[in-house]
Each structure stands twice: as structure tokens, then as C-alpha cells.
Design a protein. Structure first.
Length: 405
């Protein structure tokens, strides 16, 4: 997010969680598949595409991943810049160190059974210019997806917040990204994003709905990523929220579009300031999403990361204002109350409602009846293959999730 933000998310199977005892309770009442956090910092210094690690930009503190998971989160949207991953061109070689950091983060997160969303924070631009080379963009995604195609807990976010672009270019870039990812043999969930900062409230008025409904995915695993802030201009730059019901109100046109068209969506960025009106609006909106979990896969908070300091939405453990002021207030909305009657029956078995996020079925690229490295190989409720591809063995992560590595 820059002027406006949003979220991206990936799908999470409720059974793929850490901390057996605690998560057992949570997974049985999870209202939406994904509850996540934006990890932000590797895209910092957006005016300086080279930058230096630790000076212009920073990667994420892996210890915080465990803390978020302990709070029930299962989705990490990893912000980074395309220019730092492939500095020479869209089709050029990777910077091995930047790729190394991205890969390390993805592997750590997914080794814990959570989802990692690979999210180029580029607004449809490369070195400041709108990307018009759809073929090059397809190759960029094919090359990136090839690196992660065997990790079923990875989700691909085509690009953060297209804006002020020709709608056809936004469509073409999304389709090229999808085509590139599938050309690499990757079968995981993909989240396209829209023009106009991919706002949920403007999904129809922006023209995104009419245009992006026609995106084609041979795997049928698209989850439309939208972003929604609660301040007056929807920019996510104010601590105040318009009203205690503004979040659910702003989600309504998008919810209708998703239902009318048989699509799935995720709120890849959302936030409000630490005050009672915003907290009420956040709970109301998340409860609304939970009631509509046939189309909403989840929501991802903006933001965490080591460098957010006293930022109004900072959820970095344990100093961020939102870590103490928001997370304890809203996490219940992702899991429901203790009253079983408040839990929709469909949430008791989220995996069954998800066509897009079934780890075992998506990354099984090995032959001979074995699970590819990083794929799921066991856990309560899992019925897939249990033998790992050569070079990896099955490790129990928790009662609900075992993984090949
Ligand atoms: C960009 O980052 C490099 C490396 O830290 C630094 O030397 C340079 O001054 C920065 N350029 C700008 C315009 O900030
Ligand atoms: C991450 O980037 C830093 C700075 O370039 C580098 O020193 C480090 O080796 C990288 N880590 C990995 C795992 O590649
Ligand atoms: C995965 O491997 C199993 C054997 O362990 C096989 O039956 C199944 O068809 C494979 N699934 C996919 C999607 O390739
Ligand atoms: C609304 C908001 O806080 N946006 C910030 C999101 O993160 C980028 C950097 O990635 C900042 O530049 C924005 O100000």
C-alpha cells in the first residue's frame, strides 16, 4: 500500500496450524480460512530501487512469525520489490541474496504450516513505469513461480494495487501473470488485484468487476484480492474511522459481485486506528465477512515489520500499537465466540469449502505416489499421500500438519 492499501491473501486450510492444543480449539471454530498479516519493509525505500539491506530496506524478523501464529494467524503477505529481485529487467536474472531472503522467509513461514503470499509491491510498475510488456511480465512470473511451485503453502499475488492505468492493461497483466505461473507448473492459489488500488468499495465503480470477471485460470484457483480502509477517503492514512459500520458497508458491493459471479475474495489489506469506533467497525466488518465466508477467504492486517515504529496501524510484536490495541480485540472475530451456535456449520470444516487452498492436492508434483518437498504428508483430517519425494522426509509440525522437507 502506498496511498491506498490493501491486502492480499492466500488460502489457508484450517487444519494447517501450529501449537496443537491451542490451535485445535481454534481450527474447529475458524470462521474464515485466512487470518493474516502484511509483512512490510523489504519494499521500503521505494524511490531507491537499489538500496542496501538494513539501510533502505529490511526483511522480517522470523521470531515474530511464531508470535503471529500463536495468535491464530495463518497467512503472511510478504511485501518486496520486483526491481530488487530481478534488477536488470523483467526477464533478467535474480539477485541471489534478495531471492535468498525471500525464500528463507517463505520456507520458515510454511514450515510452521502457515501460508506465505508472494507479493511484488509494485503497483503495476517497474522502475516507475507502467508495465506494458505483458510477455516480459509473464516470464517474470514464470521464473518466480518455478522457484516456489513445489511449496503448496505459497500463494501468488500478481501485483500490489494497480492504479491510474488503462483497465485493459490491468486485465492483461493479471492474465499474463496467471499464465506465467501455470506455465511454470505451479498449481497454487493466485490472487489477482484490480485497478484503483484494488479497493473493495470501488470494485464495481472502478470497472474492475466488469473487466476482471473474465480472467481465466486453468486450475480455477483465483481468489480476488481487494483492499479496504475505513477512513474518510479510504486511503488508510488516518487513525479515525468514518463510523462503527463503515467496514461492512464498504464490503457490500464486492460481496454481491463475488456471490453473483461465483468467485472468491480476500481482503489483503485492512486497518483502522486504535480507538473504540475503529475497533467496533473492524469487528463489525470481520463478522460480516465471517457470515459471508462462502465467498470471503479471509483478511490480512496492514501492517507489521521491523521499521514501522509509532505508525498508527503497526502490529509488530510487541511494541506496535495495534499489537496491543487491536489484535486482542479483533482476533475473536476470526474464530467466533465460545458459543457453538454462533459458529456456522461450514466453518467446522473449512477445507471442504475451499477450492483454492488444499495444500496436499496442489503441490503433489512428484511421481511414484510420493509428496513433493514442502507438501503436506500427514495430520488429523488429512487423507492424501504420506511418503515424501526422495531427498525429503515427513516431519510432524503439529497434530494437524506434517510436511515433507
Ligand atoms: C540509494 O541507496 C544507496 C545505498 O544505500 C545509497 O548509497 C544512495 O545514496 C541512495 N540513493 C538515494 C537517491 O537515496
Ligand atoms: C539476505 O540479504 C543479506 C543482504 O544482502 C545477505 O547478507 C544475506 O546472506 C541474505 N540471506 C539469505 C538467506 O540469502
Ligand atoms: C499425488 O500423489 C498421489 C499418490 O501419493 C496420487 O494418487 C495423486 O493423484 C497425486 N495428486 C496429484 C494432484 O498429482
Ligand atoms: C496507508 C499506509 O500506511 N501506507 C503505507 C504502506 O506502506 C508503504 C511502504 O510500503 C508506505 O509508503 C505507505 O505509506
Amino acid at each position: 500500500m502506498l496511498l491506498k492499501n490493501l491486502l492480499a491473501a492466500a488460502a489457508m486450510v484450517a487444519t494447517a496450524l501450529a501449537a496443537p492444543t491451542e490451535e485445535k480449539r481454534q481450527s474447529s471454530t475458524r470462521k474464515m480460512q485466512w487470518f493474516g498479516i502484511n509483512e512490510s519493509g523489504a519494499e521500503f525505500g521505494e524511490k531507491n530501487f537499489t538500496g542496501v539491506y538494513g539501510k533502505e530496506f529490511i526483511w522480517y524478523d522470523l521470531a515474530t512469525v511464531d508470535k503471529f501464529i500463536a495468535q491464530g494467524m495463518n497467512m503472511f503477505r510478504l511485501n518486496f520489490l520486483m526491481e530488487r529481485l530481478t534488477p536488470n529487467s523483467l526477464t533478467g536474472a535474480f539477485d541471489p541474496l534478495y531471492l535468498g531472503n525471500l525464500t528463507q522467509q517463505v520456507n520458515y513461514i510454511t514450515s510452521k504450516g502457515a501460508y506465505a503470499m508472494i507479493q511484488p509491491h509494485n503497483y503495476g510498475r517497474f522502475y516507475g513505469n507502467v508495465i506494458t510488456d505483458t510477455s516480459g511480465f509473464k516470464t517474470w512470473w514464470q521464473n518466480v513461480a518455478a522457484k516456489f511451485k513445489d511449496n503448496s503453502l505459497v500463494v501468488f499475488d500478481i501485483n500490489n494495487e494497480f492504479h491510474d492505468m488503462d483497465q485493459q492493461v490491468v486485465f492483461d497483466l493479471n492474465q499474463a501473470g496467471i499464465d506465467g505461473i501455470r506455465a511454470a507448473g505451479a498449481k497454487q492459489t493466485i490472487t489477482p488485484e484490480g485497478n484503483s488500488w484494488t479497493g473493495a468499495w470501488s470494485w464495481i465503480s472502478s470497472g474492475n468487476g466488469a473487466s476482471l470477471v473474465s480472467l481465466k485460470d486453468p486450475e480455477n484457483k483465483l481468489v480476488y484480492q481487494m483492499h479496504q480502509y475505513l477512513d474518510t477517503d479510504g486511503s488508510g492514512t488516518h487513525a479515525e474511522c468514518v463510523s462503527a459500520t463503515i467496514f461492512s458497508e464498504r464490503l457490500q458491493v464486492a460481496t454481491k459481485w463475488l456471490k453473483d459471479n461465483g468467485k472468491k475474495g480476500v481482503i489483503g489489506e485492512f486497518a483502522g486506528g486504535v480507538n473504540s469506533q475503529c475497533i467496533a467497525a473492524l469487528k463489525d466488518g470481520l463478522n460480516y465477512m465471517g457470515q459471508n465466508n462462502d465467498v470471503w477467504m479471509g483478511a490480512i492486517w496492514w501492517a507489521a515489520g521491523p521499521w514501522w515504529g509509532d505508525y498508527i496501524y503497526n502490529m509488530e510484536p510487541e511494541s506496535g500499537v495495534a499489537w496491543t490495541g487491536i489484535l486482542p480485540q479483533i482476533k475473536g472475530s476470526f474464530f467466533g465466540s465460545s458459543a457453538p451456535s454462533s459458529v456456522p456449520s461450514s466453518t467446522a470444516k473449512p477445507a471442504a469449502t475451499s477450492t483454492s487452498a488444499k495444500p496436499a492436492a496442489t503441490s503433489n508434483t512428484s511421481t511414484g505416489g510420493s509428496v513433493a518437498k514442502w507438501g503436506q504428508c500427514g495430520g488429523i483430517g488429512y487423507s492424501g499421500a504420506t511418503s515424501c519425494a526422495s531427498g525429503s522426509t515427513c516431519h510432524k509440525i503439529n497434530d494437524y500438519y506434517s510436511q515433507c522437507y
